[in-house]
Design a protein around this ligand. Structure first.
Ligand SMILES: Nc1ncnc2c1ncn2[C@@H]1O[C@H](COP(=O)(O)OP(=O)(O)OP(=O)(O)O)[C@@H](O)[C@H]1O
Ligand SMILES: [Mg+2]
Length: 281
């Protein structure tokens, strides 16, 4: 895969791409396909969150998951990084049954999967760059994490990730001084710093105004295209889903009722997802 330069470099030609970061900028090195085979999820209270889910998502896809509130969108994406356990069927990521993972192997696996939430989950009382640097904490020796000591390479990488989402100029601003859209971009930069192969985004634009939501969707699109990172996004804005994503998965009451190109989502499909019309075979 060709080397992808940083997108909005304010530091001039390649000043942020030293030989270390260059290697990591090549995007995912391997294919981490996600495969649900007859997956079911029953919550401890007996509620069936997912029923007979079958689908396969290839490396580099940009997929929107849509459906009514309570349909199971969050449940679906959270099974992928084992935030939720599946109870029946098999979910494999990169050929590995995620339910077989535990301890160190599970932690290593989770590092390859970034997670973005509606609420950004930033440490608001510290700077933007420190927020991004937290992505390195799991791989650091305890004394460095205890004292917040980061290497030059880690700092360069953090700046590079902020550069990719167009807010490197905010690196030394306190996170709580940023707008919602900018905070979501910090969260995205922090996720990129972990070098994920997959990003799971749970309603990342739900708290944003329509214009800002589009800028964040533009960031996702660029990251998806330039870095070949798989992106799964739960989203209530159907118009944004259809505009930005190639593939749409429609979920209703824990079941996939549509899985196909965004271009083929019409009124009948939306009715089936949101109003419970006849399931298409
Ligand atoms: N921990 C839990 N225990 C029991 N039921 C749960 C739990 N978490 C979620 N559910 C139920 O599972 C169903 C799916 O929830 P989920 O959060 O996946 O929906 P969603 O499609 O993401 O909705 P929203 O659009 O509101 O975020 C809901 O009916 C919810 O009440
Ligand atoms: Mg949800």
């Amino acid at each position: 895969m060709p080397h992808i330069p940083p997108l909005f470099s304010v530091f001039g030609t390649n000043s942020l791409t030293n030989k270390h970061s260059r290697n990591r900028d090549r995007g995912p090195a391997r294919n981490m396909s996600i495969k649900f085979e007859d997956v079911g999820k029953v919550y401890p209270n007996g509620y069936e969150g997912l029923k007979h889910v079958n689908c396969e998502i290839e490396q580099g896809e940009f997929v929107a998951i849509i459906g009514l509130s309570g349909a199971g969108k969050s449940t679906l994406i959270r099974t992928i990084n084992r935030m939720h356990d599946v109870t029946t069927g098999t979910l494999t990521v990169d050929g590995v049954d995620v339910m077989s993972l535990s301890g160190k192997a599970l932690r290593r696996f989770r590092r390859k999967i970034g997670m973005i939430f509606q609420s950004f989950n930033l440490i608001t009382r510290t700077t933007v760059i420190r927020n991004v640097l937290t992505a390195f904490v799991p791989d650091m020796p305890w004394y460095r994490s205890a004292f917040g000591i980061y290497t030059k390479e880690e700092k360069m990488k953090a700046l590079e990730c902020l550069d990719k989402v167009g807010i490197v100029d905010k690196a030394f601003v306190r996170a709580d001084q940023l707008s919602g859209g900018q905070q979501q971009r910090v969260a995205l930069a922090r996720t990129l710093a972990q070098n994920p192969q997959i990003i799971l985004a749970d309603e990342p634009v739900a708290a944003l105004d329509p214009v800002t939501a589009k800028t964040v969707m533009d960031d996702f699109t660029r990251i998806n295209k330039d870095m070949n990172i798989t992106i799964l996004i739960n989203i209530h804005h159907v118009d944004l889903a259809l505009q930005y994503c190639q593939r749409v998965i429609g979920i209703r009451a824990g079941e996939i009722v549509y899985d196909g190109p965004a271009a083929e989502v019409n009124d009948a499909v939306l009715k089936q997802i949101y109003e419970g019309g006849e399931k298409e075979e």
